[in-house]
Ligand binder design. Sequence first.
Ligand code: NAP
Length: 661
Amino acid sequence: MHSLRVGTALTAVLTRGVDACCRGASAYGASGLPNVINNESSSSATAYHPAADGCPETLATRISDPTTSSSSLVALVEYVKRFPTQLGVPTASPQPLVGHRGLGPSSVGCRFEGVLPLWSLGAAPLMSPVSVSHVRHLGTTTNLDEAAQAAGLNKVAVSADVLSRVKDHGLLHTAGFIGGKWADVASDKSTFEVRNPATGAVIATMPRMRADETRAAIAAAHAVLPQWRLRPAKERAAVLRRWHDLIQEHKADIAAIMTLECGKPTAEALGEIASGAASVDWFAGEAVRVCGDVLEPPTRDRRMLVLKQPVGVVGAITPWNFPMSMITRKVAPALAAGCTVVLKPAELTPLTAVALAELAERAGLPDGCLNIVMGDAAAIDMFYTGHELVSSDTVRKLGFTGSTAVGRLLASGAGNTVKRISLELGGNAPVIVFEDADVELAAKGIVASALRNAGQTCICANRVFVHDKVYGKVAEAVTSLTAKLKVGDGSETGVTIGPLITPAALEKVTGHVADAVSKGAKLLFGGAKPELPQPLAGGNFFVPTVIAEATIDMRCFKEETFGPLIPLFRFQSDEEAVLLANTTEYGLAAYFYTRDLARAWRVAEELEFGMIGLNEVAITSEVAPFGGVKASGLGREQSKYGLAEFLDIKYVCMGLGYSTA
Ligand code: NAP
């Protein structure tokens, strides 16, 4: 046992093979790595002799033991980290890292590559009877990072936190997905970190992809396009339905991933998953209802038809605040229409995206139909992933959700290749509470809308206009409801307000509150960072805040706050309220509360926004068109209008070969 101490500082790289039936197997089986055994059947384990490779004998036995399981190795790492002294491991020992490539709960169809210190292998009981199918022993090193680099893994990894909260480790890829293969090493081997906004801790390290990978992904999507678009719509729909079912089956795991990477409370994460899955199901239904038209011709010597055909390869760029539903509302209609997709999820939240891709693969989506590239899109050079998606002639449509600033850049870039584009951009949503409103209903709606996802949704109530006559009552009700909310780690029961996504987001909200107070606003509740115990003290938390007497010279009137702030403005007439609401460059969602039917119609028509909530703030649905006007975007997602964005219209004029004269 002494040879197993960390002092020996041995490392091994374990590569768990892929079941022969699993696509992507060739990428592993044909890796050509030195000192690799490929014992898909446990009997071939004898082909490898780690002892001859310099490995201490006890460990050699353990590694070659066909009962060693990759899941037990992960458990071992966890165990070693938590109880180092029980194992005689000095606490200053190198931090074990697990490089992860979809470690599944069973041996069938799973893949695993990882770096583990060898001393951990011999130190604890092994569990499930699954054989390790590839083992590579790298010799001695004191540095796990070096070992990972040497193995070409470049530290791509997920943290123990992720491993312990997610049951199906097969969802945890630290890789992009190109042509049906998981790509965990960027062309220049660079990586980026994903952090838990509740603690600031790194939860994953991912490959930072660039132009090469994006071009490969576009090529893969293009290669499979003829096959996918010609599949009967019913078959495409069946794949989407299986995807939907798998998402539902794995909702607890997806919610755990989502909460870890974007901070939203578990209940909200589950809500997003339900809505994202509903999109997939809806578009599966719509796939079989794509219909063209037969037109009445002006003369009898011809027939005139309209065909609807998939636009081709689609580029999709999505934000971090809805790491799943912004993806499904683009990918599902694209696939339903017969298009193929290259997706670039936000750098802050790539793990949800790869979990979805894993499930799509399990649902039987052919290789190349959905590809994922990830990395820093805003890098100031020519080679970021977003640029390739915009400038490629092969990509025929770009679907983007994100900030207006980036949307403008993409729109001007897309003009060069004259591709179709849908933009779901920023918002600055007003809520108007008229004097005849149900105050209690309005207060509930204001708080629910403004503070959803800690105020980080594009349709969040950002400016609340209240009629003078009910101002006091509304302010009191909103403050009392806000005070009941619980701030904390979204994975904890009862927490309703999670962290903001980044320190910069925290700074923006803090700035908006300070600006308002300096200009005369009254702080009714909140206004500061909460005091939370470790490790949450490192998180980007802000107490949900209500301010009264807000005015139009304040930043919270002009800008999208994107944080948990409810500013209450006063108004005296309908005209004033509508004018205030429309005084913004944005035009995504607007809400108002009234019981007067004539006013309801008039105001709904006068508000310059793409979506209106009348006495209701929960307006999002897979059946309804989602999108904005003005600087909030172009095109619509969800609903039959959302599917139309992925279909080209082709007119066919068929001459019958005779003259009518
Ligand atoms: P963002 O900074 O615009 O980023 C959105 C996506 O664009 C990310 O994947 C980002 O990649 C990528 N990106 C950034 N710069 C790029 C560039 N120069 N070229 C190509 N891609 C680029 O927005 P965000 O901060 O993530 O999201 C918040 C914004 O989205 C808010 O304004 C919100 O209102 C809006 N939003 C709108 C809707 C809607 O439906 N209208 C829905 C949700 C959110 P990296 O992460 O790698 O930088």
